[in-house]
Design a protein around this ligand. Structure first.
Ligand code: SAM
Length: 206
C-alpha cells in the first residue's frame, strides 16, 4: 500500500494522539449509543485509530457473543490500538489494516461507526458506499465528525482552515450522500456546528 499524506501524518501523531485529542474530539459515548447495539451485535469501526471508542462499544457487548472489528490503514495507529486491546484482554476485538475505500471484509455488521475519520478520507464517497455494503439489513451506520462551524461567525473560517491544515475537510457534502444512501437518516448538530452525528438505518426488508 503506498503511503498517503494521512498515513504519513499519523506516523508522528500516533505518538501524541491519545494525550491530545481528548481536547477536541467529543461525543464518542453518545455516538456509540446511537448504534443501538445489543449484547450479540457485531460492530465495525472504520478508521478506528488507537481504539479510543472501543470501550464505549464494548460496554454494550457480551464478551462471548458480541464482536468488534477495528479497521484502519495506518500501521502506527493500529499498533497503539493493538496495545490497548491486549493490555485490557479484549478478546472479542479484531484489528484489520486496510483502506476504507476498498475494504472487503467478507461479512456484514449490525453497527458501523465512523468517528472523526470520514472527513480525513480523500475518497470519502467510496468509503461510505463500501461501509453500506457491509451493513446488515436493520443495521445502523453512525458518523460522528466535525461540522462546518456554521454558528461560529468570524471564528468559523479559521477553525475550518486549521482543520484543513490537519487533513480534515469539513465542507464536503457528507450529509447529502448520507441522505442518498439512507432513506431513514437522523442528523444531530452540536455546538453551533462544531460537530455532527448522523445515524443511518438500513431497512430490515429492502
Ligand atoms: C482522527 S482519527 C480517528 C480515530 C478514531 N476513530 C477516534 O475516534 O479517535 C482518523 C483515523 O482515520 C484513519 N483513516 C483515514 N483514512 C483512512 C482510510 N482511507 N482507510 C482507513 N483508515 C483511514 C486514520 O489513519 C486515523 O487513524
Amino acid at each position: 500500500m503506498s503511503q498517503t499524506a494521512v498515513q504519513r501524518f499519523y506516523r508522528y501523531h500516533a505518538r501524541v494522539y491519545d494525550s491530545t485529542r481528548w481536547m477536541i474530539l467529543h461525543g464518542r459515548r453518545r455516538a456509540v449509543e446511537r448504534l443501538r447495539l445489543t449484547p450479540a451485535s457485531s460492530v465495525l469501526e472504520v478508521g478506528c485509530g488507537t481504539g479510543l471508542n472501543f470501550r464505549y462499544v464494548l460496554d454494550h457487548l457480551d464478551p462471548q457473543n458480541g464482536r468488534l472489528t477495528g479497521l484502519d490503514f495506518s500501521a502506527d495507529m493500529l499498533e497503539r490500538a493493538a496495545r490497548r486491546v491486549s493490555s485490557r484482554h479484549w478478546d472479542n476485538v479484531a484489528l484489520v489494516q486496510g483502506d476504507a475505500t476498498t475494504m472487503s471484509l467478507g461479512r456484514r455488521f449490525d453497527g458501523i461507526l465512523f468517528a472523526y475519520s470520514l472527513t480525513m478520507i480523500p475518497d470519502w464517497e467510496a468509503a461510505l458506499r463500501r461501509a453500506c455494503e457491509h451493513l446488515k439489513p436493520g443495521g445502523r451506520l453512525v458518523v460522528l465528525d466535525f461540522g462546518r462551524f456554521a454558528g461560529w461567525g468570524p471564528l468559523g473560517p479559521p477553525m475550518r482552515a486549521w482543520l484543513k491544515a490537519n487533513h480534515v475537510l469539513t465542507m464536503r457534502p457528507y450529509l447529502d450522500l448520507l441522505r442518498e444512501l439512507f432513506s431513514e437518516l437522523e442528523i444531530h448538530h452540536w455546538l453551533g456546528g462544531y460537530n455532527f452525528t448522523a445515524v443511518g438505518r438500513r431497512p430490515r426488508h429492502a
